[in-house]
Ligand binder design. Structure first.
Ligand code: EPU
Length: 412
């Protein structure tokens, strides 16, 4: 499937943001920690979430979706994650800590996800080892066995997934744990908050140092998935690229402040408690130098999107990707088919913005795909963006929502 986009249309209207993929995946992973019901509201209907639900179901849990509410109940009947589903998404790794904590064993095939470079799991595994868990890493399959015991552990990098897994392992561990250099992304904080609602004892919520006192059992919880900060920022970027005027509602502006700052100095942007409005009238003179880094700095997930904004601007932008090794080249190549002037060397892209023209391009990953759509929306004429399946992993009805604010986009 591909998107057919007739670019050059000014976007105008209102977009309501839905729940965050990476929050929903972490909360679903943590649902394994209890025999009681976990009720998640605002759960986005995207393929990564349906695959995570399928994974839990194939391992024995009962999961029902009614509208945006997903209820997880029951217990695992198998601690072997089926390869057919686990390898479809990186989020499948988020059952590692919770399953070891509750069932004291797991066999997990190496998770899949976007083609954005090597995504090792050494921090997840060395953290579990520090908690006394026996880990057998056989390349394509990781097996863990043992009862987690409280310990002090410093993550060598503030990995989002490793923080989430280790936190889930610690909440049911025997004794006290101190995790330091933890990730502080809003999705991690939401997980911490749901775990506390389930009866976990965690101090330092939202900070890089977490003190966790293990409890014997956790109970159910009802929790609302936080708004997707990357989705909110994506739509604002689409408006910026098309010199449009939109309001993005149902969002948490403080969660994407680093991106809004970039827009504020170049367009008319108004920020309210749960809404951001942008009115873009003139292409900016580039976006300066942008460096991706863990939260609250500039997110790697917005890098491909800013690459497209830079490509259709009127000046120079330098983008340094510091998290994932292959997250620049593919889109740089695709954008050059649209006339963009981009060079990439050592994970640094130098872009000289110019008017883009329509072309046939191909998405290789989720955020990269969204970036290509933004470029196609800005380019005059009819473009084709192939690889819709990547975009469906994280965006609910992307074509329909863009169409509702004036884009000419169809799925073919
Ligand atoms: N890393 C290691 N060893 C590890 C874990 C991570 O070297 O054991 C490295 C990674 O290779 C990478 C860096 O640490 O260079 C950051 O990776 P992190 O573990 O923080 O990322 P993740 O948990 O795998 C989540 C999101 C990603 C997002 C990153 C960074 C989920 C399911 N995924 O991935 O989201 O880019 O954090 O913020 O939460 C996306 O939504 O498109 C996406 C890729």
């Amino acid at each position: 499937m591909a998107y057919l986009i007739n670019g050059g249309k000014r976007l105008k209207g209102e977009i309501a943001v839905y729940g965050a993929k990476n929050c929903a995946l972490a909360l679903l992973g943590a649902s394994v920690l209890t025999n009681d019901d976990i009720v998640l509201h605002n759960c986005p209907d995207i393929s990564d979430v349906s695959n995570m639900i399928l994974l839990l179901q194939m391992m024995g849990m009962t999961v029902r979706r009614i509208g945006d509410t997903v209820t997880v109940s029951g217990t695992l009947t198998s601690t072997c994650a089926p390869k057919s589903v686990a390898t479809l998404l990186r989020g499948s790794a988020l059952i590692l800590g919770s399953t070891v904590a509750k069932y004291h064993q797991i066999a997990l095939p190496l998770p899949g996800g976007c083609a954005i470079g090597a995504r090792p799991m050494d921090i997840h595994l060395s953290g579990l080892k520090a908690l006394g868990v026996e880990v057998l890493d056989a390349g394509e399959m990781v097996s863990c066995k043992g009862v987690p015991v409280g310990a002090e552990y410093k993550l060598r990098f503030a990995s989002v997934g490793a923080t989430e897994n280790l936190l889930c392992a610690c909440v049911l561990a025997k004794g006290e744990s101190i995790l330091s250099n933890c990730a502080t992304e809003p999705e991690v904080v939401a997980l911490e908050q749901m775990l506390v609602q389930m009866g976990a004892k965690i101090e330092g919520i939202g900070s890089p140092i977490l003190k966790i006192v293990g409890v014997d059992r956790l109970h159910g919880a009802e929790f609302t998935v936080i708004p997707d900060r990357i989705v909110a920022a994506t739509y604002l970027a689409a408006a910026a690229a098309t010199l449009g005027e939109i309001a993005v509602t149902n969002c948490c502006p403080q969660h994407f402040a680093a991106f809004s700052e970039l827009l504020c100095s170049r367009f008319s942007v108004r920020i309210f408690s749960d809404t951001v409005c942008i009115n873009a009238v003139k292409n900016p003179d580039g976006y300066g130098t942008i460096t991706t880094a863990p939260y609250p700095l500039f997110p790697t997930d917005m890098q491909s999107i800013v690459l497209s904004l830079a490509a259709c601007s009127d000046g120079k932008t330098v983008i340094c990707e510091n998290l994932f090794e292959n997250r620049l080249e593919h889109n740089a190549l695709q954008l050059s088919k649209m006339g963009a002037q981009v060079t990439v060397k050592d994970n640094i892209a130098t872009v000289f913005g110019r008017k883009l023209y329509s072309a046939s391009v191909c998405a290789a990953d989720l955020r990269g795909g969204a970036g290509l759509i933004i470029a196609a929306l800005a380019a005059e004429g009819q473009s084709v963006v192939d690889g819709v399946e990547h975009i469906n992993r994280g965006y609910v009805d992307f074509a329909g929502m863009l169409d509702s604010i004036g884009a000419e986009i169809t799925v073919v």
